[in-house]
Structure formats: C-alpha cells, structure tokens
Design a protein around this ligand. Structure first.
Ligand code: SF4
Length: 493
C-alpha cells in the first residue's frame, strides 16, 4: 500500500466534507490556507489535554511516530506490543481498508480491548461522533475482541480543589452504538475517496454551505479567489443554510435576490448594500445618545478560559477576565484617558479586578460595552467566587449600556459590513481601514491563548512583550468603540 492511497482521519473527514477538498489535500497540499494562529493554539491545547488524559490509564507505552511519514513504524510497534501483552498503549496505530488511524488510548482489561479518544471539549459534537465512527470501523476490524469505544471529554461540573483530580476532571461516554450505526456511511465514503484517488482528476464541485460545515475548508482561499466579493455566502447577515437555498435557485450574489424573498433586517441590509447607502435611524440614535450621561467610559474585558482548571474553585473552560481596558471621557469634548487592569501573577484575578472595576466605575455615569451580555456573564462568574461583591456589582450593572445595540438593531448600518456585527468589521467599513491589522494579537480567542503563553513564559523580555501585545489588543477594542461613538454622535448632530 502506498502513501498516496492511504486515508488518514484528517483526509477522510475532508472527503466527507467535499471530494474536491480531499483531492487538493492529497495532491496539492501547498494550496492549503495558512493555519490561523487560533487553530494552532486549539491543536496545542488538545495535545496538552490528551497527555493529561493518559494518566487515567497509567503505565502505557506511547507509540507516536517520530515524524508523520513514519506511521508504518507506529503500526508495527502497536502490533508488537499487543502480541507481547502490553495492557495500555498511547497513540496506538492501525490500518484497515487503506485507512490509518491513531487512537489516543487503548486499554486491555481481562483480555478485552477498550478504546478511548480524548477531546478537549465539554460536549460531544456530531463531528466527534464521525471521527469516532471511522476509528471504530478500523479498530473493530483489527481487534476481534474490541469491547467498547469511548469519547473522553472535560467534565463541566468539575471544580478544582487543592490537587487536580484527573479521574473527576474527565467524563467518559461510550459511543460504540453511534459508531456502529455509521458503518455503512463510513464504508461508502472510504470507497468514494478511493475513487477520487484512482480517477486522479480534480472533482467538479460547486462552492456552497459545505465550504463552512462543519469547519471552514482549508482550501477556501484557493477555491474562492475568483468568486465575486458580493457572493451570497460572504454576506454574514444571511445564514449559510439560507444562502445555499438561494444559491441553488440561481441567486449567486446578493444583487439577484428578489425583494419578495427578503424580510426584516436582512431586507434592509441587502437594500443598503445594493444602494451603497448607510442606514442612519436618527430618532433611534438620538434616543440612544440621550441615555449616555457623562462622564462615560468605554469598557472591554479579555478572558482566560483554560481547558484544565488552573485556580482553586474554578472549572474547565471557565471564562475568567484577566485584562480590562478602560477609555474614559469627563465630557463630550474631553480627550479620552486610557487605563487598564492586567493580572500579572499566575493567580485568579477575582478580587483585584472587581476592586479595580468598582473604583473606576464610581467615577463615571455610563459604561459603554460592546455586547454587554458577554461581559456581564463573565462578571457574574467572578462574583460567584466573591458573593460579598454581588450587591455592589449588581448596582454597577445599571450603568452599563450596550453599544452593540446600535448596530444589531440597525440604528446605524454600514453596507460594507455585509451584515457582520463584529466591532472590527464595523470599524473597517466605516473608516475604510483597520486599526487591528498591525497588532500582534487580533482576536479575543488568540488573546486567551496568548495569556496562557504569558503565564508559562520564563524569559522576562518575551513575557513583557506578550503583556504589551495583550494590552494593545484590548486597548484597541475600546479605542475603536470610542472612534465609532464620536463618528455616530457627529452623524446625528
Ligand atoms: S472551498 Fe468548498 S468547494 Fe472548495 S474544496 Fe473547499 S469545500 Fe470544496
């Protein structure tokens, strides 16, 4: 069997998503989009969680290949270890029906085999079940006495005490029945993938909803580069499902959607796009600005949500603010002053950040936040650990005004956002440039991972650089809010 014909879990899942993506993956790997930093960070976290889960079944032997091309060594070593009576094997590798799989943990108990695949997640998704079904198909045909197949996920109810309790941190659920139900589907898609390899011709596949489901395709950049920018799928205000329906009816750009097919906010957004006009609902904006009482502050928080809880009393993926950015203005004409809170030490920021927020909030009458629900949820999460702050924080919440309402309720809408409600996209559309492009960190998700790097970094210069990058990112969020706020206040005056 040659490498060319071998299917891996990754290539198989690509073929299920799209045969063209599979062909490109096998034959033109270099056309793959660069891996976003966020995705790389997710992989790294998955790896850490996988290593920790090995301690659920200690004394195993890891047969990971020294290089991805050396998978045959892992398959051989797995076979040898099984023959020698090894009870626990990590990254056990098998090939069946030209499909190569590596299983996180394989355990023998009483002569029967139990398979465990670890996911750095609180829930079991449909994509995880599909992963498991492929692995089960291969394993069941390689190990006659395979008894069960489990997915290992993080336990949302686990609360860290003095010591990490690995047994309680993970949840183990059998997915054998679901995997068995999918056997025919798996066989069908393996054959389909093999046909694509044998035919050796790029399959003709239309772009569509599949390019985003279950994940954005790695060949999106290549495949979509000649698509018009007003492509219906690129309009965030239209769900991918709806876009697919319209695409199949021949409405390939937003210009072609008949008026009678549209309703509500989507209709207004599409009309604005077609006419190249902003929506400015002056009475609604005036009402909004009436609520703003000076001094005001623009507030944003960054969260740290480690899969493996780091601080006593916290749970897996618990969102903990570690950085606040605060731009405040004494009056309409004042130059905004910037301030921030940053948790330097590797300990739960809790009390210190609540004290900071309360002290700053006392100096202002309105706190503008982009998407209040998310920030309030995070604050409630902190207060849960310090109930003595509840009354003060509840009172302070009355000062919060959700700036994102202006955009989600279409009191103001810029056609170039194409329905996106992201602060970054709105800023770029309104001002024709981005203030985020030159930053080392450009998303909240990456900020969360970079804070983890910051906590682990021992080189003081690198640590300082990470800290400054994080503060710059959060500061740019509140700066963007301030700039938009001034722009909108001028547009109604
Ligand atoms: S971008 Fe879409 S059509 Fe192109 S390979 Fe990927 S899934 Fe297939």
């Amino acid at each position: 069997m040659s490498d060319k014909h071998l299917l891996s879990k990754t290539s198989f899942l690509k073929s299920v998503q799209c045969t063209k993506a599979f062909f490109l993956y096998k034959n033109h790997y270099n056309l793959k989009d660069p891996l976003p930093k966020e995705k790389q960070a997710v992989f790294n976290r998955g790896h850490q969680v996988g290593l920790l889960a090995q301690s659920l079944f200690p004394d195993g032997i890891d047969v990971s290949p020294t290089h991805v091309s050396k998978f045959n060594d892992s398959v051989k070593r797995t076979k040898e270890l099984i023959e020698q009576g090894q009870k626990v094997i990590y990254e056990a590798a098998f090939v069946y029906d030209d499909v190569l799989i590596a299983l996180d943990i394989l355990v023998n108990e009483g002569g029967k085999w139990y398979a465990y695949e670890v996911k750095s997640s609180l829930k079991i998704s449909a994509a995880y079940v599909m992963d498991a079904a492929l692995q089960y198909y291969v394993l069941a045909n390689c190990l006659p006495n395979l008894e069960d197949f489990y997915l290992v996920t993080m336990n949302a109810n686990y609360v860290l005490q003095d010591e990490l309790d690995v047994q309680a941190l993970f949840k183990i659920k059998s997915v054998k029945t679901d995997a068995e139900k999918n056997t025919e589907f798996i066989k069908y898609h393996i054959q389909l993938a093999k046909n694509v390899i044998d035919k050796n011709v790029l399959p003709k596949v239309d772009i569509g909803e599949k390019c985003f489901t279950p994940y954005q395709c790695d060949f999106y950049g290549t495949c979509w580069k000649h698509e018009p920018t007003n492509n219906i799928f690129e309009f965030s205000g239209i769900s991918k499902k709806q876009a697919q329906i319209w695409f199949e009816k021949g409405f390939k750009t937003v210009y072609y959607i008949p008026e009678e097919e549209l309703s509500g906010n989507t209709k207004l957004m599409v009309q604005a796009y077609k006419n190249h006009t902003e929506i400015i609902d002056k009475p609604a904006l005036q009402q909004f600005f009436k609520k703003i009482k000076y001094p005001v502050a623009f507030f944003d928080a960054e969260m740290y949500a480690p899969a493996i809880p780091q601080y006593k009393g916290t749970s897996p993926f618990e969102a903990m603010p570690f950085l606040f950015s605060w731009h405040s203005m004494a009056n309409e004409k004042a130059i905004p002053q910037h301030n921030y809170f940053y948790q330097e030490e590797n300990k739960y920021a809790g009390k210190a950040l609540l004290d900071y927020l309360i002290a700053e909030a006392e100096k202002v009458n309105t706190i503008l936040v982009f998407d209040t629900a998310q920030e309030l949820k995070a604050l409630s999460g902190v207060v849960k650990h310090f109930p003595e702050y509840k009354k003060t924080i509840d009172k302070l919440k009355n000062k919060f005004v959700d700036f994102s309402d202006v955009f989600t309720k279409l009191w103001y809408y810029h056609p170039q956002t194409k329905g996106s409600m992201s602060l970054k996209k709105i800023y770029e559309s309104v001002f024709g440039k981005s203030i985020f492009d030159d930053l080392a960190i450009k998303s909240g998700l990456l900020a969360s991972y970079k804070y983890d790097d910051y906590l682990k970094e021992t080189d003081l210069f690198k640590k300082d650089e990470l800290k400054n990058n994080l503060i710059d990112y959060c500061k740019t969020d509140t700066q963007a809010m301030y700039d938009l706020f001034v722009y909108l206040s001028m547009s109604i005056s």
